[in-house]
Write a protein that binds this ligand. Sequence first.
Ligand code: SF4
Length: 419
Amino acid sequence: MPQYYIWTIGCQMNKAESQRLGSFFEQRGYLATATVEKADIIVLNSCVVRQSAENRVINKLNALKPLKRFRPSLTLALTGCLVNSDTEQLKKDFPHVDFFFKPGDYPHWLEKAERGQVLPQHPPPSIYVPIIQGCDNFCSYCVVPYRRGRERSRPIAEITGEVRELVHRGAKEVTLLGQNVDSYGHDLPDQADLADLLNELSTIDELVRIRFLTNHPKDMSTKLIETVACLDKVCRQISLPVQSGSNDILKAMRRGYTVEHYRQLIAEIRSKMPKVALSTDVIVGFPSESEEQFRQTFSLLSELRFDIVHVATYSPRAGTIAAKELEDNIPAIEKRRRFDMIEQLQEGIAAEINTQLLGTTVEVLVEGKKDSKWQGRTRSGKLVFFSDNGDYPGKLVNIRIEKTSPWSLQGKIELSGIN
Ligand code: SF4
């Protein structure tokens, strides 16, 4: 049997696309292999959001050159954000690659694949479903709109049909994905929105949980917040990247909102869902970010107390407005200091939030086993581990929490609560 190997780097969108591509190969009779040497087809799913990610992709591409030279029949394909409209340049730079295709835009040997045909036969209990591609926002530091193009929403009927099929095949939880998921639907003829989609998906009987990410603060509507608050299947977990606590930096980032607006949004979300779990993203060391502006970010995070903070140091990305117009003038060592300060702050906050769960019982959807322990997530998205000899993948279990850390929880199964 021919074998395929997919290498993926980057966001959940890439992971979801690789999963679909893998299913497609399997339906064609290919077997997955964990080693490039055994593969007949190798697909690299690339990311360029950070320079370090792009470098890793380039290193991987170059590392495959000898293999392709040694075995010319090997098919090598590149997809993901490194593939832009200028494939001619890519062809010159990487002549050993056979195909370049944009995310979701399968090459001719895959093009007959309907989306519905590439769903996994045996999906995991929790699966990603892309609902909107691209981004219209052009934040000054970000390459996504240049690489993934403008926003394109999938029709509600198509997504609902796909989720029904996934649930029929065994999935229990879906995470709806988009670079800017809360702007879903504005480009559809009927202008349906994410709230309408959540309502529709909630009617699918065997589907037990729905999540969505990542949101943009300027698109988070009261209608969406109220819909999440009233639909039982939608998890009370919202990702809302703030990026900076300084209005001047937000303006330079072209984020389209102020700190005051953001704070108000969080207050509205918490007033309608007191137990909501919130996560955010922050960039430190943006061009000209002063100590005072960094402190504003630090104190906003101390004030709002998120469950999770993803922090990144600024790095210029070629072609973006920030790379063209702003000098990357914060020294690397200073960026690192700011990064470490936020990581340390967040570790303390997450530890305190998670400690409150000690002794409580939480509902966990079991996703699989890691290092001989079962692992799954609570409705609020917290990672939980437990040991037991039973067979639990895809089951909802009640776990009594006995140990907490900033990153995960551990506990014991309550056998009466298995569904
Ligand atoms: Fe990039 Fe901004 Fe779009 Fe997010 S919202 S993908 S940061 S341009």
